[in-house]
Design a protein around this ligand. Sequence first.
Ligand code: RB5
Length: 141
Amino acid sequence: MIAVGSDHGGFALKQAVLKHLEKRGETYHDFGTYTEDSCDYPDFGKAVAHAVAGGEYEYGIIICGTGIGISISANKVPGIRAALCGDCFSAEATRLHNDANILALGARVVGEGLAMKIIDTFLDTPFSNDERHIRRISKIE
Ligand code: RB5
């Protein structure tokens, strides 16, 4: 189950992401925003982060204009490791090394095609479970 959220800057990309998740056969919940009206990215970053930290959702996908504000907001929630990715290498590495549980995207930074490939890479890459990565992640908390 995937928690998805965006501000107005990420709204259009979020709608495309929801369709992409449907095509992949994923179940998800859309935490908003639901219109292109101006809104505040922390409201949606935190809503998704709390949903993931609560354990009901395996992953989150959050989107704002740059991906920066919403990822900063999500990372304030204990247990959340939100990774802002603009390329597939980073998306793969953050799953393998950081066991990132939220993917953040910048809708004004990446095109739709690249965004979907980043999402596929993130969702399809398992955590490495390497001892050194487990140790490093434990030092974050
Ligand atoms: C909204 O204009 C914009 O500031 C927001 O989407 C995001 O980029 C903030 O980090």
